[in-house]
Ligand binder design. Structure first.
Ligand SMILES: NC(=O)c1ccc[n+]([C@@H]2O[C@H](COP(=O)([O-])OP(=O)(O)OC[C@H]3O[C@@H](n4cnc5c(N)ncnc54)[C@H](O)[C@@H]3O)[C@@H](O)[C@H]2O)c1
Ligand SMILES: CC(C)[C@H](C(=O)O)[C@@H](O)C(=O)O
Ligand SMILES: [Mg+2]
Length: 355
C-alpha cells in the first residue's frame, strides 16, 4: 500500500520538484532488525524530513511484548517525539461508493466530516502504567487517563480552527459524566470556545457519539476528541466511507512537518496477497501535499484521480460492488498513477510548468 502511495506521489510531482525519499524502519520491522520499535536512526531521519509517510506498523506476534515495548509503541513514540498532537482523520464518502457501505445510502450519502484526535496524551501516555502484583497476590493492570489543561487547550484551538475552515460546527466528544480527565476536557473546551463565537459548539459523551455517528453521521462537521476515543471512533467511522481502506490521516504539530498514514493497520489477515486497498495510503499522500508542502493543486489532482478510478469502476475487494472491476493493490495504484498523469496533461504541461 505504501509503495502505491509513493508511486502516486512521484507521478503527481513529475519533473516539477525533486523528491529526496529516505526509508527507515519502525514498529515490527524495527524490532526484527535492530531490536527497537523506534530506532534512533529512524527518529533522526524523521526529524530531518519535511514530511513523513508511514506504513502500517506492527504484527500480532510483536504484541506479545509488553505494550510499552511493542511494535505499535514505535509509532506512538514518534508522534510524541515530534509533538504531532493533532491527528486529522477526514471521513468522506466518495459518491461512487454509496452502495459499498454496509449502511443505508440515505444515511451515509454526503457524509463529510473530520475526526480530530488528540495524539500526545490520554491513556496512551499517562503514568503510572503497568502490570503489577498487589499485596493480596492479585495481578493488576493499570493505565492513567491524563490530560493537562494546556494539552486540551491546543487541541481545542485546532478543532475550532478546523471547523472555521469548514461548516463551522464543532462537536467535542468526552466522558465528562464519569471521568475527571474528561470533566477538565469539557471545561477547557468551553473556555476556548469563547474565542470562536462564530463556531457552533456541541458536546456528546463517547457512548452516545458512537450511536449518533451511525444513526445520523451527516450532522457532524468536525469532531474533536481524545486519543483513545478518537482511535475507536475513527475505525467505526471508516464504515461510513465504505471501508477502512479509504481513510487517510494527517498528524500535525505546530509547524508544517506532518506524519501521514492511513487509519488502518497492517491488515495481517490479507497481507502479501496484493488485495489490500491502497487508496487510504494514496489519499494520505494528498494530505501531505496539502499540509506539509502547500501544494493544493497537486493534492486535489491525487484526490480527483482517486475519484476518477472509482468512477471507472476499479475496486479492491473491500469496496467491491456488483458490476465493478475487481483489481489488486498494484493495479489500483497503477490506475491512480495513470489518472494523475492524465490530469497533468502529460509531459507537455510538465515541461511548460518547469520553464
Ligand atoms: N497506523 C498503524 O500503523 C496501525 C494502525 C492500526 C493497527 N496497527 C497494527 O496493525 C496490526 C493489525 O491490526 P488490526 O487487524 O486490528 O487492524 P487493521 O486495520 O490492520 O485491520 C482490520 C481489518 O480491516 C482490514 N483492512 C485494513 N486495511 C485494509 C485495506 N487497506 N484494505 C482492505 N482491508 C483492510 C483488515 O484486513 C482487517 O480485516 C496490529 O499489529 C496493529 O497493532 C497499526
Ligand atoms: C497501532 C496503534 C498504535 C495506533 C493507535 O492506537 O494510535 C493505530 O490504531 C492508529 O489508529 O493509528
Ligand atoms: Mg487505530
Amino acid at each position: 500500500m505504501t509503495a502505491e502511495a509513493v508511486k502516486a506521489l512521484r507521478a503527481v510531482i513529475g519533473n516539477e520538484f525533486s523528491l529526496d525519499l529516505q526509508e527507515a524502519v519502525i514498529g515490527g520491522e524495527g524490532l526484527d532488525t535492530v531490536g527497537d520499535a523506534l530506532p534512533p536512526e529512524t527518529l533522526a531521519v524523521a526529524r530531518q524530513a519535511d514530511a513523513i509517510l508511514l506504513g502500517g506498523t506492527g504484527v500480532p506476534e510483536d504484541e506479545k511484548r509488553p505494550p510499552s515495548e511493542g511494535a505499535g509503541y514505535g509509532l506512538l513514540k514518534l508522534r510524541k517525539a515530534l509533538s504531532l498532537y493533532a491527528n486529522f482523520r477526514p471521513v468522506k464518502l466518495f459518491p461512487e461508493l454509496l452502495d459499498a457501505s454496509t449502511l443505508k445510502p440515505d444515511v451515509v450519502g454526503g457524509v463529510d466530516m473530520v475526526i480530530l484526535r488528540e495524539l500526545n496524551g490520554d491513556l496512551y501516555f499517562g503514568q503510572p502504567r503497568g502490570i503489577e502484583t498487589d499485596a493480596e497476590g492479585r495481578r493488576v493492570g493499570f493505565n492513567t487517563m491524563r490530560y493537562t489543561d494546556a494539552e486540551i487547550e491546543r487541541i481545542a484551538h485546532a478543532g475550532f480552527q478546523a471547523a472555521r475552515r469548514r461548516r463551522k460546527k464543532l462537536c467535542s466528544v468526552d466522558k465528562a459524566n464519569v471521568l475527571e480527565t474528561m470533566a477538565l476536557w469539557r471545561e477547557v473546551v468551553i473556555e476556548v470556545s469563547k474565542q470562536y463565537p462564530d463556531v457552533e459548539l456541541s458536546h456528546l459523551y463517547i457512548d452516545a457519539a458512537s450511536m449518533v455517528l451511525i444513526r445520523n453521521p451527516r450532522q457532524f462537521d468536525v469532531i474533536v476528541t481524545g486519543n483513545v476515543f478518537g482511535d475507536i471512533l475513527s475505525d467505526a467511522a471508516a464504515m461510513l466511507a465504505g471501508s477502512i481502506g479509504m481513510l487517510p490521516s494527517a498528524s500535525l504539530g505546530s509547524d508544517n512537518k506532518g506524519l501521514y498514514e492511513p487509519v488502518h493497520g497492517t491488515a495481517p489477515d490479507i497481507a502479501g496477497k496484493n488485495i489490500a486497498n491502497p487508496l487510504a495510503a494514496i489519499l494520505s499522500v494528498a494530505m501531505m501535499l496539502r499540509y506539509s508542502f502547500g501544494l493544493e493543486n497537486h493534492a486535489a489532482r491525487v484526490e480527483e484521480a482517486v475519484g476518477s478510478v472509482l468512477r471507472d469502476g476499479y475496486r479492491t475487494g473491500d469496496i467491491m460492488q456488483p458490476g465493478s472491476r475487481l483489481v489488486g493493490t498494484r493495479e489500483m495504484g497503477d490506475a491512480v498513477v495513470e489518472a494523475v498523469l492524465q490530469s497533468g496533461g502529460g509531459s507537455k504541461l510538465v515541461s511548460a510548468s518547469l520553464s
